[in-house]
Design a protein around this ligand. Structure first.
Ligand SMILES: NC(=O)c1ccc[n+]([C@@H]2O[C@H](COP(=O)([O-])OP(=O)(O)OC[C@H]3O[C@@H](n4cnc5c(N)ncnc54)[C@H](O)[C@@H]3O)[C@@H](O)[C@H]2O)c1
Length: 262
């Protein structure tokens, strides 16, 4: 489906970014992997190269909240591979769990800088490349927290609502250039970020917090990063010819629920 497509993935070293990198490496895409965690990024690249020896990968250290570092990963992708077919604008953080009036201001601003400005900088530099090509597929990462409120996570919820909003605007403004832009809204997918949230909710027994959370989902389970990767791969591919401007929930149906499951 994606042989030789050039795909940038931010936050590629772990979790959802890593799962999509694995799937796209298997499909023969050319990958530009971006992360700010050097050790985890190097480990990911080594693993991918040993599993898929033919895969073409460049990896770049960048903090997506720094505009010059975003410009650099986009320029490097173009210099190295000549084009950008798909952009998985995924890097994000959760922040800390705290009520609205007790939220630490520095952490609040950091969440906004990474989740909102980081996604925006990516769009700002990738879209002109795709406009020249008259082709591009973009997947921004929102969250169920971009559709609903989530207790004790105000900056996360604010930033993810913004991601869904920016997705609509990018889709409206650049559809004429052959660029389809969507967002995904994962529910609770078991990645290192979500494991950390369960530790904050119940430091003595994070597994109990995980089980309790899963019991409220219609499927009674948490999601697997692979469940997300397959949807992202479709949205980043040429097979997607007409889906644009959407925020697609990947949450076992939970965001449609009113009341508790039986
Ligand atoms: N896991 C879930 O259930 C879930 C649910 C909804 C939304 N999301 C969103 O999915 C995305 C990925 O989350 P995840 O669960 O895989 O998290 P994760 O913490 O497991 O992985 C995130 C990766 O992004 C990198 N990263 C974080 N900030 C960065 C920055 N400023 N610059 C560059 N790299 C950075 C980290 O080093 C890490 O490799 C995030 O945007 C998150 O908000 C996840």
């Amino acid at each position: 489906m994606m042989k030789d497509d050039v795909i940038i993935i931010t936050g590629a070293a772990m979790g959802l970014g890593l799962a999509t990198a694995q799937l796209l490496a298997k499909e023969g895409a050319k990958l530009v992997l971006v992360d700010f965690n050097e050790e985890a990024l190097n480990r990911t690249v080594e693993n991918l190269k040993s599993t898929y020896p033919e895969v073409k990968i460049i990896s770049l250290l960048a903090d997506v909240s720094k505009e010059d570092e975003v410009k650099n990963y986009v320029d490097t992708a173009v210099n190295e591979f000549g084009r950008i077919d798909g952009f998985y604008n995924n890097a994000g953080i959760e922040g800390k769990q705290a009520s609205v009036t007790n939220y630490d201001l520095d952490i609040f601003k950091k969440v906004i800088d990474i989740n909102l400005m980081g996604v925006y900088y990516g769009l700002r530099y990738v879209i002109p490349v795709m406009q020249k090509q008259k082709y591009g597929r973009i997947v921004n990462v929102s969250s169920v927290g971009g559709i609903r409120g989530v207790l004790n996570q105000m900056p996360y919820v604010a930033s993810k609502h913004a991601v869904s909003g920016m997705t609509k605007n990018a889709a409206l403004e650049y559809g004429k250039d052959g660029i389809l832009t969507n967002a995904i809204a994962p529910g609770a997918i078991l990645t290192p970020m979500v494991a950390e949230a369960f530790k904050q909710i119940n430091p003595d027994d994070p597994k109990a917090a995980e089980k309790e959370y899963a019991s409220h989902n219609p499927t009674r389970a948490l999601g697997d990063p692979k469940d997300v990767a397959s949807v992202v791969a479709y949205l980043l591919s040429k097979t997607n010819g007409y889906v644009s401007g959407q925020t697609i929930a990947i949450d076992g149906g939970e965001s449609n629920m009113y009341g508790s499951p039986e």
